[in-house]
Design a protein around this ligand. Sequence first.
Ligand SMILES: *Cc1c(COP(=O)(O)O)cnc(C)c1O
Length: 225
Amino acid sequence: MIAERIKSLHQQLDPLGVTLVAVSKFHPVEALMQAYDAGQRIFGESRVQELIAKIPLLPKDIQWHFIGHLQTNKIRQIIGHTSLIESVDSLRLLNLIDAESSRAGVITRILLQAHIAQEETKTGFSPDELLEYFDTKSYNSLKSTHICGLMGMATNTDDSIRINQDFAQLRRLFGDIRTSQGDELRGFDILSMGMSGDYVDALNHGTTSVRIGTTIFGSRQYKNE
Ligand SMILES: *Cc1c(COP(=O)(O)O)cnc(C)c1O
């Protein structure tokens, strides 16, 4: 089942040039191996402990994306172990990642998490904060961090008009930043939006990377929490 879902998602996404991040949080390594054997190489995890436990148990050519809220006291544990941290949600976190990366002698690739959804609980940068960050060219002060784009979530709702507005806004923000920075901002080309319930809408709005868990692995058992 997992293998079939991986294959059919790739059939849908690969021709569009859209990256599939298989969100494997709360799923056992056997499930990840089924996806791996079907050709999947990019996996998303949202908890540091779980990510660090899984890495040594799985093949070395997996690219790990961290997609959860990263507590600053856990940065050091994952620096050097991720191919992309998608969920950088504050300047403080960004600057600490940069410092830790310098210390470890690695370049860390990250996305800035944009807060668009109409929910108090979702974290991230507001559109205004992001525009100001780029207008003031603050990224020039980063020594060991490469900002590769934006990650965002639509409002958690059944209202497809709302979801489409959120994705349109994220796409516009991403485009505005790219246009305003031109050649100065190199490699800012990932727009990560779309999950199991809404990735088709995200495709219509020009996402470049979707984060899909439930559709691939089934529902999560949170019994360890
Ligand atoms: C869990 C999670 C996903 C995957 O959600 P599904 O609905 O299972 O596809 C995507 N993005 C983030 C940030 C997540 O935490």
